[in-house]
Design a protein around this ligand. Structure first.
Ligand SMILES: Cc1ncc(COP(=O)(O)O)c(C=O)c1O
Length: 390
């Protein structure tokens, strides 16, 4: 006998609470528009450097890629990552404190699963990356959005973060350099976050996907390198942004010897291990010259400058904070119509054939996100169209 009265398809509360992704909605709609000028993806349009793809082909030819690796990743790769963490991020790391993951995203998902219980609160400075919010919801945690200070380049509002802490607060999660704003948190700001975390016994989860892409002398700092912080920080990094390898799905997390085995339990249930072919590809990437990364950085800086110049010509429509890092920016829409950012972005797509991402995806209306990881001719095309449209 059927004991259930309600015969609707049984979807979990966890998933049904999750808002539909405005990013993917815009991508879907963009496909319906001819010759669209695409500024809506945080995906480099340049290809993966050849020495990396060649290493992957070699690994296939040598028969290394057909089976699983250790769940935490190939040991030699973790040794190289530990060296990089020491040299670049000033984090004293050992291979045992690293898990190679399916992009930064899977590492973050595993980290959130390892530390968040149902009902736990996680502070997210906003505008913030929509996927982080989704990950907290998937763990049945509660995202607590704390606005940043837009006029000060979307810097952290330390007082507001402090005020948002309750007995249920378990962690603070942020991306730095930031998606969607392009902000880069200063040493002083991160010191203040570290102090709050220590005082309130909080975990800090960082997404450092854009660590290499900072401009104008601004520096990226890893909070795990701050005194007393290593044991309470989980840092996620990625090869996908650094080496233009988003499709290869490969990143890593670093944390303490106590936390890593717990995160690894979640990682195994999500992925078993990161794609082995990609692990061999990034082994080459990390061991070789880093000139390609410098070239990408230079390209993004020039593209950012171009986008800012073009935005200056649309000052009746947008104001903006110059991004200090990442390859994204988050202009504010001055027009009344911008209050509903999804409707604004849809109209811009349909009527001007320019694809952007609405601010609502990042918990911030009256904004759109624009990516400058595209060829300069796409930026010009998008802004020529917007100038005509507005
Ligand atoms: C802040 C941030 N973290 C992580 C990711 C995804 O990284 P990965 O490809 O390594 O999963 C993105 C992609 O847009 C991002 O913007």
């Amino acid at each position: 006998m059927n004991k259930k009265k309600n015969m609707s398809i049984p979807i979990s509360n966890r998933v049904s609470q999750m808002p539909k992704s405005a990013i993917h909605e815009m991508t879907r709609l963009s496909k319906e528009v001819d010759d669209v000028a695409f500024l809506s993806w945080a995906k480099p349009t340049s290809g993966t450097p050849e020495h990396i793809t060649k290493a992957a082909i070699k690994a296939i030819e040598e028969g290394k890629t057909g089976g699983y690796s250790e769940p935490a990743g190939i040991y030699e790769l973790r040794e190289e990552i530990a060296k990089k963490l020491k040299e670049v991020n000033h984090i004293e790391a050992s291979p045992e404190e690293i898990i190679v993951t399916v992009g930064a995203i899977e590492g973050l998902a595993a980290a959130v699963m390892a530390v968040i219980d149902p009902g736990d609160e996680v502070i997210i400075p906003t505008p913030g990356y929509s996927t982080h919010i989704g990950q907290i919801i998937m763990a049945s945690g509660k995202p607590v959005c704390v606005p940043t200070i837009e006029e000060d380049g979307f810097s952290l509002d330390i007082q507001k973060i402090n005020d948002a802490i309750t007995e249920k607060t378990k962690a603070i999660l942020f991306s730095d350099p930031n998606n969607p704003t392009g902000s880069v948190y200063s040493n002083e700001q991160l010191e203040a976050v570290a102090e709050i975390a220590c005082k309130n016994n909080l975990i800090v989860i960082t997404d450092e996907a854009y660590e290499y892409f900072t401009f104008d002398g601004y520096k990226h700092y890893s909070i795990a390198s701050f005194p007393g912080m290593k044991d309470r920080v989980i840092s996620a990094f990625t090869f996908t942004k650094t080496y233009a390898m988003t499709g290869w799905r490969i990143g890593y997390v670093h944390s303490s010897k106590e936390l890593i085995p717990q995160i690894k339990k979640a990682h195994i249930t999500f992925a078993i291990c990161a794609p082995v072919i990609s692990q061999y590809a990034v082994l080459e990437a990390i061991k070789s010259s880093q000139e390609c990364v410098e070239n990408f950085r230079e390209h993004y800086k020039n593209a950012r400058d171009l986008m800012c110049r073009r935005l200056d010509r649309l000052s009746h429509v947008f104001t903006y904070q110059t991004p200090k890092g990442s390859y994204l920016m988050f202009p504010k829409i001055k027009l009344e119509a911008g209050k509903d950012s999804l409707a604004f972005a849809k109209r811009l797509l349909k009527e001007a054939r320019v694809s952007t991402t609405p601010g609502v995806a990042f918990k911030s209306e009256s904004h759109v996100r624009m990516s400058f990881c595209v060829p300069e001719k796409i930026i010009n095309k998008a802004f020529d169209r917007m100038e005509e449209y507005f």
